[in-house]
Design a protein around this ligand. Structure first.
Ligand SMILES: [Zn+2]
Ligand SMILES: [Zn+2]
Length: 246
């Protein structure tokens, strides 16, 4: 299993970069995890977008879903030109107050509504969805194959029951929206600090931590140093183009 970071900025990207988007590949299966601002225009740097098997949208904040619109039009063109005939599977939260009916009408997409604790088999991968603790309805996902396991927190506060869902994973992709001394801001917005992500990874016994969801104005070296002060294990920051073997 391999994870490639397309973008990790939130809630807007730095120049010529992208908000949240991660490619997860295992064998012949390719999943895009979130599709925020500018993810689509950067996706082609790493994969042939025609070969995407599925997209998971954690929640309807634009830094996680804005470019689903671009991807939907790309798929429309691919259907018209005959380059693709298989609808793109899109896992969406069961947020019926959001844009769900709009997405369900698009015939190039196969919309799958996820719920808390629900599992889905996609080729060699088992996906299990968990409701996170954010300002709007948000899902995280655990993805497992016979060889490897991975957990993506999306946007959330830290909470013990969620940590349990990620126990022993090979890679934890965790948001670190705020620095350790900004815990009041993090709590108010339903986000984590570097210290929270470190606590989560330690408690879960994750083999590796990949931190993500960075404010574009932050100094990433400062964030890295801050995280290192709380986390003794193996970790990295999810900057664009970084590949992690899981
Ligand atoms: Zn959010
Ligand atoms: Zn976000």
């Amino acid at each position: 299993m391999e994870l490639i970071t397309v973008g990790s900025w939130a809630p807007y990207p730095r120049n010529n970069e992208a908000c949240c988007g991660y490619i997860l590949q295992e064998g012949m299966t390719t999943i895009l995890l979130d599709c925020g601002h500018a993810v689509f225009s950067n996706l082609g740097n790493y994969i042939n977008c025609l070969q995407l098997d599925a997209v998971f949208i954690s929640h309807f904040h634009p830094d996680h879903c804005a470019d689903l619109h671009a991807l939907r039009h790309f798929m429309r063109g691919a259907f018209i030109s005959g380059q693709r005939s298989q609808p793109l599977k899109v896992f969406l939260p069961d947020d019926f107050e959001g844009d769900l009916t709009y997405w369900q009408q698009i015939k190039e997409l196969d919309i799958v509504i996820v719920q808390d604790g629900w599992s889905f088999r996609l080729a060699e991968l088992e996906l299990k969805f968990y409701r996170m603790r954010h300002s709007i309805l948000t899902y995280g996902v655990k993805i497992q194959s016979d060889q490897a396991s991975f957990f993506y927190t999306a946007d959330t506060r830290v909470e013990e029951s969620l940590i349990e869902a990620s126990r022993g994973v090979d890679l934890l992709l965790a948001e670190t929206t705020f620095r350790s001394y900004e815990k009041d801001l993090a709590a108010a917005a339903g986000h984590m600090t570097t210290a929270d992500a470190a606590y989560w990874a330690k408690q879960a016994g994750a083999k590796k931590l990949l931190a993500t969801h960075f404010w574009p104005g932050f100094d990433l070296q400062e964030l890295r140093n801050d995280l290192a002060g709380f986390y003794p294990g193996q970790f990295d920051l999810a900057t664009a183009g970084i590949r992690v073997q899981i």
